[in-house]
Design a protein around this ligand. Structure first.
Ligand code: UD1
Length: 433
């Protein structure tokens, strides 16, 4: 077991290179199982969710070979259809993409219902299943598994109007439809950059997908995806997390290897908060010298402010002048992390999907427990900004989505180290009431 020990209270200076987008990678790896020939994926982030999904592909017969730490060759020419067990699916929300991918490739899928980050509310997949049913698939959920079978052994194109803008449902339906018989139209589709990335990946392998990045996506099914090479886009949320760290701690860092357009929704709020942001080619120079100002934030589907940046920006707002109101309109109870912030001296009141943050002058280091991926990242930010030492446990959540977080924080002058400790000790602490 690992804890992070963070000594806070210093401004951050230096340069950070952003890795490939986690939420694109976790969809593109399942999508690779639909490709009949070898495919090479570059700019793949080294995070535990990627390792887990590659493991699932290998269990189904894929050959997986790393060409270098950020490029992998996947050969699914001899893939067989098989059950994706609970043990794998529960550890990664994105395992639900195995449903769309297996349905596309084999016309049938048998996948345990997903786990992944628990935001404290329900995370339904009804829109995914509604989409599959529209594509002529019989779907049953039995004993924690989704068992799906296309009539006649192949998914059939259809028109689908999503009741809710859903990233996962949009991608999952797009996957199944890529190898369907006929045309699929997804209306009220989500528009996140990683949806465009998955569509671009599939198109580069031979699919015919139009309109990704708008709210109507048209997928003309093809008979097979033959192979090729693709590079994943940079991670918008990882970049935003380091921007929020500078907002909270002060200093100046250059965030390299990003797509500045993807950062607009985050940069706009940071600017309101008194953070200076200068765009230089594929990087942002982010600095905060003066005091941090309050703001209000409402999370929305892209191009709105991303819910996956909500805890990190809240971390910075704990130290802003004045009162900020955060409304999460995507997840209705994503504020569990605020109890940990309060233990550092933050003033926060939560009411349903609303948090009211009264800025304080300083936070003090404390023992913190990450409760999900982005909450864990937000705790890193409060710990870096706080006076004194913090100890963050449950860091496996953070490592699901952030590559080399310790190395990157150190490269901008943050004081952080990993501490290994025996599991019995953790259990003893966990049982102590
Ligand atoms: C993805 C991201 C997650 C992010 C979220 C919203 C991945 C692996 N995860 O999650 O980090 O927080 O997008 O940007 O990419 N909903 C339904 N029925 C469904 C599906 C969703 O009601 O079938 C609701 C959800 O409860 C939620 C909203 O729609 O309120 C958005 O969910 P969705 O976009 O599907 O999130 P995920 O794809 O699970």
């Amino acid at each position: 077991m690992t804890k992070y020990i963070v000594e806070g209270g210093r401004p951050l200076f230096g340069e950070i290179h952003i890795s490939g987008a986690k939420n694109a990678a976790v969809a593109i790896i399942p999508a690779a199982l639909m490709v009949s020939g070898p495919c090479r994926i570059e700019n793949i982030p080294q995070i535990s969710d990627v390792a887990l999904l590659l493991g699932i592909l290998q269990d189904l017969g894929a050959k997986v070979r790393f060409m270098n730490p950020h490029a992998v060759e996947i050969d699914c020419s001899r893939l067989r259809n098989g059950r994706v067990p609970y043990e794998s699916a529960r550890r990664c929300r994105a395992s639900y993409y195995m449903l769309g991918a297996l349905l596309g490739r084999f016309g049938a899928a048998d996948v345990a219902l997903p786990g992944g980050c628990d935001f404290g509310g329900t995370r339904p997949i009804d829109q995914h299943l509604k989409g599959f049913r529209a594509l002529g698939v019989q779907v049953d959920t039995q004993s924690g598994f989704v068992i799906a079978e296309a009539a006649g052994g192949r998914v059939k194109g259809a028109n689908i109007f999503l009741d809710k803008v859903s990233v996962g449902a949009t991608i999952n339906i797009m996957l199944a439809a890529a190898l369907a018989d006929g045309m699929t139209v997804i209306e009220n589709a989500a528009k996140e950059p990683h949806i465009v990335d998955v569509a671009n990946f599939l198109n580069s392998m031979g699919a015919n997908i139009m309109g990704a990045g708008t709210d109507v996506i048209k997928v003309r099914g093809v008979d097979c995806l033959s192979g090729g090479s693709y590079s994943i886009i940079p991670d918008q949320i990882e970049a935003g997390t380091y921007m929020a760290a500078v907002a909270a701690c002060g200093g100046e860092i250059r965030i390299c290897n990003i797509i500045p357009k993807h950062m607009d929704c985050i940069s706009a709020k940071m600017t309101e908060m008194g953070v200076d942001i200068e765009e230089i080619d594929d990087s942002l120079l982010v600095s905060r010298i003066g005091p941090l100002q309050r703001t209000n934030i409402k999370t929305m589907p892209y191009p709105g402010f991303p819910t996956d940046m909500q805890p990190q920006i809240a971390a910075a707002l704990c130290l802003a002048n004045g009162t900020s109101v955060i409304t999460d309109s995507v997840w209705n109870s994503r504020f569990r992390y605020t109890d940990e912030f309060k233990r550092m001296g933050a003033q926060i009141q939560v009411n349903g999907n609303l948090a009211i943050i009264e800025g304080v002058e300083r936070l003090s280091g404390a023992q913190l427990e990450a409760c999900d991926l982005r909450a864990g990242a937000a705790m890193l930010i409060t710990a870096l900004a706080a006076q004194g030492i913090s100890e963050i446990s449950n860091v496996q959540y953070i490592e699901r989505g952030y590559e080399d977080v310790i190395g990157k924080i150190r490269s901008i002058g943050g004081s952080i180290r990993a501490l290994e400790f025996p599991e019995e000790e953790q259990l003893a602490v966990g049982n102590a009431g």
